[in-house]
Write a protein that binds this ligand. Sequence first.
Ligand SMILES: [Mg+2]
Length: 274
Amino acid sequence: MTETSIVSYAEMAVKIRAHCLRMTHRGRSGHVGSMLSMADILAVLYTGILSVDPFNPGWEDRDRFILSKGHGGAAVYAALAERGFFPREWLDTYYLDNGKLSGHISHHVPGVEFSTGSLGHGLPVAVGMAIAARHAGAGHRVICLVSDGDCNEGSTWEAVMMAAQHGLDNLTVIVDYNRVQALGKMEDVIEMEPFAGKLKDFGWAVREINGHDYAEIESNLLELPFEQGRPSWVLARTVKGKGVSWMEGTVACHYGAVSDEQLIQALKELGVEA
Ligand SMILES: [Mg+2]
């Protein structure tokens, strides 16, 4: 990893976070904590890992990225706009009537593969895409970013079993493992630990990383697949609301909107002009 790439990941992550704060503030919408949580992972994916073409979003050989935690879609919109998939001005219409960008992620937006919202839908679709790619003899990869809340859904585990049985080493799951969900902390809702152990028992190749450490994210994703003949699972430990001090680790930042004063303060913490 070069110093240049660390700088570009950090810059991208700040842009994603600032966009998300402004978008949710303007739209008076929630889920900003979920967006901030995965901003560093998205920054590395869209700057250094995913093989995608902003000038040809439907390019056949592109990597397929699915955001299963569709409520955090604004963060992917921000990354796509920064990569040039559509004008940055579209971000100003997020969550507004007749706007270009809906609250939950939509495949009508250039660069988005699949619309999600209800948890537990992303991975089953990703498994289908990975099987289709194999049947077609295609070389592209399928990467699915899920929340820990996604992993409480039965449909996710059906997909986990199917991917392992069929040895889908063209499939990767990244868990935004912030341990906070819509209505509570994981230990109070459904505890997944020992999380890595469960996935290993299900036949996946598993690695645990710090989801805010660019070098760790990059080096692991560059080594995909972790094992030939097995799907890869990245347990990325993250902090809900990462980057804004009063949001970090709180349940409140899942639904809570950002006030005028909070926006100014949050941007200041990011080192961005309000
Ligand atoms: Mg969570």
